[in-house]
Design a protein around this ligand. Structure first.
Ligand SMILES: O=P(O)(O)OC[C@H]1O[C@H](O[C@H]2O[C@H](CO)[C@@H](O)[C@H](O)[C@H]2O)[C@H](O)[C@@H](O)[C@@H]1O
Length: 275
């Protein structure tokens, strides 16, 4: 594959881009419990010393991804040499322990105030912690409405989709659909723009991007539009099938991503990259 060959032949020109949830971290019922897979973190620590840059492009706040990237007793994401995290779909940037971000969007306070009543009016039981029901994750500049723990997650999504789109429009936000989640977030940025800008900033000569969810489609497109030798990797799940149809490589969830990253580090270090 041309992208992998280019990365191995000229690693200092390669940008390795990764999504967090569902790609580096297994999906779990409570978003606060998500943690990086230790093997993925270890592989990225190796890769960070071999390639041009490792960048996380995530819907999470950038500092949250770093915090959930800690590995007890082992190297974590913060140990990846030169790591950059583009959080909240590219609005935030974490680098060398510092976060830079624009002010919260103007509509977020109204959204925060009106969302609970809207959910109640739709008959959704809103809970915190581990109780069953719909949960709201407040990310500061976005609110994520999760249905994974609702009695019927898909039915809850169907009920919520239209009204949340209306509320998002009224508050100047958009709805970002994902794995049993509808995120109300500011417009004007997505993972594609974030990755494209990063590739230009670093003068990348090749790129790999791995993701699992609908929000990662824009990053796949950015790889294609870059014109660089590139590789798109789908961290496959039964929940989202769209990425697998477009990806150059399909692996079995975060464990498969960790194995691929580890094999890539081996290959750059002098071994052979497996099939
Ligand atoms: O861009 P990502 O790094 O993939 O983040 C996307 C959203 O992921 C999180 O939600 C997803 O993972 C949760 C933990 O496994 C899971 O419970 C939920 O059902 C998934 O949708 C996160 O909570 C969001 O804030 C991220 O934007």
């Amino acid at each position: 594959m041309a992208g992998l060959t280019a990365i191995k032949a000229d690693p200092s020109g390669a940008v390795i881009g990764l999504d967090f949830d569902g790609t580096l971290a297994p999906i779990v019922p409570d978003p606060a419990d998500a943690r990086v897979a230790p093997h993925a973190a270890a592989a990225l620590v190796r890769l960070g010393g071999l390639v041009g840059a490792v960048v996380l492009v995530t819907g999470r706040p950038a500092a949250t991804a770093v915090a959930y990237g800690e590995v007890p007793g082992g190297p974590g994401l913060a140990d990846v040499p030169g790591l950059v995290v583009l959080g909240q779909y590219g609005l935030e940037r974490w680098e060398a322990g510092q976060v830079t971000s624009p002010p919260p969007p103007p509509g977020i306070d109204r959204l925060r105030a009106e969302l609970p009543a809207l959910l109640a009016s739709l008959g959704q039981v809103v809970t915190l912690g581990r109780e069953p029901g719909v949960t709201v994750e407040d990310k500061g500049r976005a609110l994520a409405v999760h249905t994974r723990r609702a009695p019927d997650p898909e039915a809850a999504l169907r009920v919520l989709r239209g009204p949340l789109a209306e509320l998002a429009a009224e508050t100047g936000m958009l709805v970002e659909p994902g794995r049993l989640v509808l995120e109300l977030r500011p417009a004007g940025m997505d993972k594609g723009h974030a990755l494209s800008a990063f590739l230009a900033e670093r003068g990348a000569r090749s790129v790999l991007f791995a993701g699992d969810d609908l929000g990662d489609l824009a990053a796949f497109e950015a790889v294609r539009l870059s014109g660089l030798p590139g590789v798109t990797v789908c961290s496959a799940s039964a929940e989202v099938t769209e990425l697998a149809k477009l990806a150059d490589v399909v692996v079995d969830g975060p464990a498969g991503v960790a194995a691929l990253l580890s094999a890539l580090a081996d290959a750059i270090s002098g071994g052979r990259l497996g099939p």
